[in-house]
Write a protein that binds this ligand. Structure first.
Ligand SMILES: [Zn+2]
Length: 530
């Protein structure tokens, strides 16, 4: 009797276990190719040092997209550009210099904010300070006051001594914390039973003010607007983004620059002490209005007996303009290219088709991946699904910087836990294996998760992402860890191989309800990218 029960139990669990067991001979081959013949830093070098920043719809973005198609072609992987849109106008800057001329000469560290105008040659003048423009009263107060002036907006930023290291890896304790499920009560807040979770309409007023502010700044015509780098900007590092609009209908924002706080604070102190200050700027920017649609780059390795079923991998190719978008996200793009090279070079037998997507418009709100998902799989607004929805086995995304993979976010999908744990087993000695039931936000996997498809983003070591590189002028090649990118390449390649040959497609959560888009929420997915 005991024997029969054991046999029955074994028969019940054996098929599942056998199915998830990774093919160690193949994993060995993948590791060898990823660690001994890596091309990941060649990809990095080209995308960052040679190509430069890749702001969506800038000429350099399109050049990078063309290069990816060419590179995949050289490896025998068919690839093409897939149009989506409209995105809006392109923008790039071709010259920037900023100087303190008086009381003493000093060069200033900074760069232009995206989608803002240039100066007409070198311009100089005595700067003035204004407060941040946050409401209608502020606009009235300064109306007609700063036309033709260089304007410093906002207070100086006190830089507090930090004794913490810039770069770090997750500790065992932090990884253990990630395995703890979030408190189920946290989303309910402290409020009357039955009260709405959030008062409606809060964001709309702010949105309307931003529209008004854009028009006001275009009308008031300051010579140059100067901002102190926000957040963690210091030590010559400047975090930036956009201060103008990419929409053709909107007025062009005045020249706007962001400076390292050390420079900004010096100018501010001098003005406050009534010392005569003179600044000079020479900024050349260009708008590209002729091409308002954008493109994602798509490449494919055709599968075998289930080739109409797809395993997708992706990363965003676009970046911000201050550095060269190395950790955000040439790193993820280079890794995904390397994954395709590894799978193609080893000529592994795969049942399902493997499709690569390098997205654009991620930094403006996951726009490229959302457009692709809507076109191919389903619309989160209506939950009307296309035929391809039933054919996607799974999607894997890399977009959290250069740090090696330490595990994966399950996106609340408990069914994935035993599968991923088994797939991570051959990578335990490379530091990977944590499964977190939590969701993680801000990356393109959300576009897939939003229509009920199994889309995942890995847990990656933070390294210097949050302290130094993410959206800064120091997001450059030298802050990428090659060993980490090689580890990520091997893990993603093996996960793709496992997904391509698994008996079933990856298990799915129940379909989400439709979430109609409103001007206020802006989108079904979060409004800004990572
Ligand atoms: Zn980003």
């Amino acid at each position: 009797m005991f024997f029969i029960v054991c046999l029955a139990v074994l028969m019940a669990i054996a098929p599942v276990r056998a199915q998830e067991h990774p093919d160690l001979a193949v994993i060995h081959q993948i590791k060898q190719e990823a660690f001994e013949n890596s091309k990941v830093m060649d990809n990095m070098f080209y995308l960052t040092d040679v190509n430069g920043p890749r702001l969506t719809n800038s000429p350099a973005f399109f050049e990078a997209a063309d290069w990816v198609v060419k590179r995949l072609g050289e490896w025998g992987i068919p690839a093409h550009l897939e149009k989506w849109g409209p995105f809006g106008r392109g923008w790039a800057y071709t010259h920037f210099s900023a100087s303190l001329l008086a009381p003493q000469y000093a060069p200033l560290i900074g760069y232009p904010q995206a989608w803002t105008a240039g100066t007409n040659g070198a311009v100089s003048g005595e700067p003035m300070i204004i407060e941040r423009l946050e409401n209608d009263a502020d606009l009235d107060k300064y109306r007609g006051k700063f036309k033709g002036r260089i304007v410093l907006v906002g207070e100086p930023r006190e830089l507090k001594l930090s004794l913490d290291p810039m770069g770090r890896r997750y500790t065992d304790a932090e990884l253990a914390d990630l395995t703890v499920a979030p408190d189920p009560g946290a989303n309910f807040g402290f409020r009357r039973p039955g009260a709405p979770a959030r008062p409606p309409g809060g964001g709309e007023a702010a949105r309307q003010f931003q529209i008004k502010l854009r028009k006001y700044m275009a009308d008031e015509q300051p010579l140059v607007v100067v901002q102190a780098g926000p957040g963690r900007s210091e030590d010559g590092t400047v975090f930036g983004g956009a201060a103008g609009s990419r929409e053709l209908k909107d007025p062009i924002a005045p020249p706007t620059v962001v400076l390292t706080p050390e420079n900004y604070n010096r100018i501010f102190r001098l003005i406050e002490s009534k010392t005569t200050v003179k600044l000079e700027f020479d900024i050349q920017t260009r708008f590209y209005d002729d091409r308002t649609d954008s493109v994602n780059v798509i490449g494919e390795i055709e599968g075998g007996r289930k080739k109409d079923e797809i395993v997708m991998i992706g990363a965003h190719l676009d970046s911000w303009q201050g550095g060269t978008g190395a950790t955000d996200n040439a790193a993820g793009s280079s890794v995904m290219l390397e994954v395709m090279r590894i799978l193609k070079t080893l000529n592994l037998k795969m049942d399902r088709t493997v499709r690569l997507a390098l997205w654009s418009g991620e930094e403006e709100g996951l726009l490229g991946s959302r457009a692709y998902v809507k076109e191919h799989f389903g619309d989160p607004d209506t939950m009307k699904l296309g035929p391809e929805h039933a054919k996607l086995a799974g999607y894997f995304n890399v977009d959290n910087g250069t740090g090696r993979i330490r595990g994966v976010y399950l996106q609340g999908n408990e069914m994935m836990r035993p599968i991923f744990e088994s797939w991570f087993a051959p990578f335990k000695d490379l530091g990977a294996g944590t499964s977190s039931i939590r969701n993680t936000g801000g990356t393109d996997h959300l576009s897939f998760d939003g229509v009920g498809l199994p889309g995942f983003q890995f847990i990656q070591d933070p390294i210097e992402y949050n302290t130094l590189t993410h959206h800064s002028n120091m997001d450059v090649y030298d802050h990428v860890e090659r060993g980490d990118l090689m580890q990520i390449s091997a893990i993603v390649a093996s996960f793709v191989y496992n997904t391509a040959n698994r008996d079933e497609m990856l298990p799915r959560k129940p379909l989400p309800k439709p979430r109609p888009r409103t001007p206020e929420n802006g989108a079904a997915a979060p409004a800004s990218g990572n």
